[in-house]
Design a protein around this ligand. Structure first.
Ligand SMILES: [Zn+2]
Length: 243
């Protein structure tokens, strides 16, 4: 399992399985490519990324406006001393460990065991935007996009992989897609991380049963995959629209 595969399963089992079986693929969006651009620049592999990705450029060979902004986002981080301090460490470190009944693979953007921390870079529309969550009401992007779960999982896998038995401090280095970009370094409390891990442990038996074909995947009926493959079978009462 990986964090993104887990996210796929809790979002929509049917789409997750279609992806796994190679029956469906989500096209990489500009938003995703902007994130990859900033990561590549911070990691020092920007030239390779540019060469492998012709869609970054106009026909005249100039960076498209979205990626000029991605360049500014990278500059925003690299010109900030605290951001660069937090991101100091080994880049893109892959780790694997057993957790919640299966093997997980994670990739840490920046790993600094001596410094007692790891950091993950997030590119977001706006750092202060509010998102509506059915369970919690208004939440920040960190909760809305499952980033608390991601850092909790990374801390747990790192502790198992390194054998330390304790969590490093996770830090999120966020940079916004505003012009000029905003930036913030964000931390997470340990009790919320424990809750996130309990949630994963609770969900894994079902996910593993679906993944191995023992149980049928459920369709969410709202994601891209479900919209593309939907066949209506009943009429919906209007009060169910926001349920
Ligand atoms: Zn779906």
């Amino acid at each position: 399992m990986s964090n993104s595969q887990y996210k796929d399963f809790v979002t929509c089992e049917a789409a997750a399985m279609a992806k796994l079986n190679g029956l469906w693929k989500e096209e990489p969006s500009d938003a995703l490519l902007m994130g990859t651009y900033v990561h590549a620049a911070l990691e020092g592999t920007l030239e390779e990324f540019k060469q492998s990705c012709p869609e970054l450029f106009t026909q005249k060979g100039e960076l498209r406006s979205q990626f000029k902004l991605a360049e500014r986002m990278y500059q925003t981080i690299s010109n900030d001393r605290m951001c660069m301090f937090v991101l100091d460490g080994q880049k893109e470190v892959i780790m694997t460990a057993e957790f919640a009944g299966c093997l997980w693979k994670v990739k840490l953007d920046s790993y600094n065991r001596e410094g007692g921390r790891f950091a993950d870079v997030k590119t977001v529309k706006s750092i202060r935007d509010k998102y509506w969550d059915k369970q919690y009401g208004y939440v920040s992007f960190v909760e809305a996009f499952g980033y608390l779960r991601q850092v909790a999982l990374y801390a747990e896998i790192e502790s198992r992989w390194s054998g330390s038995g304790e969590w490093l401090e996770p830090l999120i280095v966020a940079v916004s897609k505003e012009d000029p970009p905003d930036k913030q370094i964000i931390n997470v409390d340990v009790s919320r991380m424990s809750m996130e891990l309990e949630e994963i442990e609770k969900n894994m038996p079902r996910i593993l049963a679906v993944k191995s074909g023992l149980e049928e995947p459920t369709r969410c009926e709202t994601c891209k995959y479900c919209r593309e493959t939907k066949q209506l079978r009943h009429v919906l009462h209007y009060t169910e629209l926001l349920a």
